[in-house]
Write a protein that binds this ligand. Sequence first.
Ligand SMILES: NC(=O)NC1=NC(=O)NC1=O
Length: 174
Amino acid sequence: MDICAVNVLTYEEFLEIFGNVVEKCPLIPAAIWTHRPFSSLAEIEAHISDFIDSLSQSGKEGILRCHPDLAGRDHLSGTLTRDSQEEQREAGMTTLEHAELSRLTRLNSAYKERFGFPFVICARMNSKAAIMRQLVERLENSRPTETKRAIEEVKKICHLRIRYIVLSDVPNKL
Ligand SMILES: NC(=O)NC1=NC(=O)NC1=O
């Protein structure tokens, strides 16, 4: 799907395809629809990034809270979105040993306790070991630093989801 094809989509088609590029935040593509026609996919990503950056701290935390834990409740209950399910599978989150799962669950809880939002990382860009390492390291961050860091990960996830949509031409449903 090239940018010309994107620009002729109706709003409903655009939301159907791009609605989940930021996990469970269809408001964001709904909002940047205003800026069409887009000159490139990079421009779509730039508008999404600008929208996120314009949010208050609580708005940014809201986006982070829309993300499912890695190997967490949504994964265990089979209610992950298709995107998250695929990303978590690729990062080895669905084949954790019992001890690995226990440690990840404990660290995820400690992280959420400290920051009030879940640990978010672009799973497709990290191995299982790298994810665990980052979780331990980022637990030590200040809240402002960690909010910024987590939002950077949200943008990386968004970037890969948009690329996947364009390259695979597969509609992106919630
Ligand atoms: N808490 C998370 O980092 N979740 C996720 N990262 C991804 O790349 N996909 C997810 O579901």
